[in-house]
Design a protein around this ligand. Structure first.
Ligand SMILES: [Zn+2]
Length: 245
């Protein structure tokens, strides 16, 4: 299989004028994308994995951060489209566990800019301290950095257990609880009402243990913040940012 050196980027990367396919030291193929700047000799530049680029072109859309492109046969340089598939970070890690027997630490992080939760391998994260870190869900969000991101959970995928929530089968893409869910659970659990769900039903619906449901209902976990408005200084400007923890 021959791979081109220079390409004219296709949709959805057609905002870029030129691309050069390079092999990094891992080794994997990347594309350096360039656009000549107006009124200047310089270039705007970014890099994207060649496998991601090919998958995006074939799907006709850019991939989300949690869509990892996996080389099915394990050869990271075999970028034929039929050798590529999309996995979640966890599925991708499970595959690595099967191949190398290694479990990896993962973090669930709340993006400080857009507020969405995402998963990232701990080794790919920049840890500032245990709670605040400077990883953002996407390049767009990292460019803005409206507030620090927050680590919600750290866990290890384990070959032997294959699960990290007690009493449940391993779910490669578990649902992450949000404040909206917690408030909804508390609102719905009114034992005097006819349609009050049981703890087991809430546990199944939100993919959390019954113990967690009880902790939420009793206010032992997910304590409501007294004041969730903070003023954050960012590059000399003061921005008012309201964020739910
Ligand atoms: Zn974000």
């Amino acid at each position: 299989m021959k791979y081109p050196k220079r390409i004219i980027p296709k949709f959805p990367y057609d905002e870029w004028e030129n691309g050069t396919v390079v092999i990094n030291k891992e080794p994997r193929r990347n594309i350096a994308l360039y656009t000549k700047l107006e009124n200047s000799k310089g270039y705007k530049r970014t890099t994207v994995s060649y496998a991601r680029y090919l998958m995006s072109v074939s799907l006709g859309r850019k991939l989300k951060t949690n869509e990892h492109v996996d080389h099915i046969n394990g050869d990271k340089l075999d970028d034929r489209i039929e050798n590529l598939q999309i996995l979640t970070p966890k599925e991708n890690n499970l595959k690595a566990i099967e191949e190398n027997g290694l479990g990896e630490l993962f973090l669930t992080i709340r993006c400080g800019t857009c507020g969405n939760n995402f998963e990232r391998a701990r080794r790919n994260s920049i840890l500032v301290n245990k709670f605040i870190e400077s990883n953002y869900c996407s390049r767009e969000c990292a460019g803005k950095r409206l507030a620090p991101s927050k680590i919600l959970k750290e866990y290890r995928l384990d070959k032997h257990l294959g699960k990290y929530r007690s009493g449940r089968d391993y779910n490669p893409d578990p649902y992450t609880l949000t404040w909206d869910d917690v408030r909804e659970i508390r609102k719905r659990f009114k034992i005097w009402k006819e349609d009050c769900p049981s703890i087991q039903e809430l546990s199944d619906e939100y993919e959390i243990s019954r113990h967690t449901v009880r902790s939420i209902l009793m206010g032992r976990s997910w304590k409501e913040p007294v004041d969730n408005t903070r003023i954050i200084k960012y590059s000399g400007k003061i921005a008012d940012i309201v964020f739910n923890r």
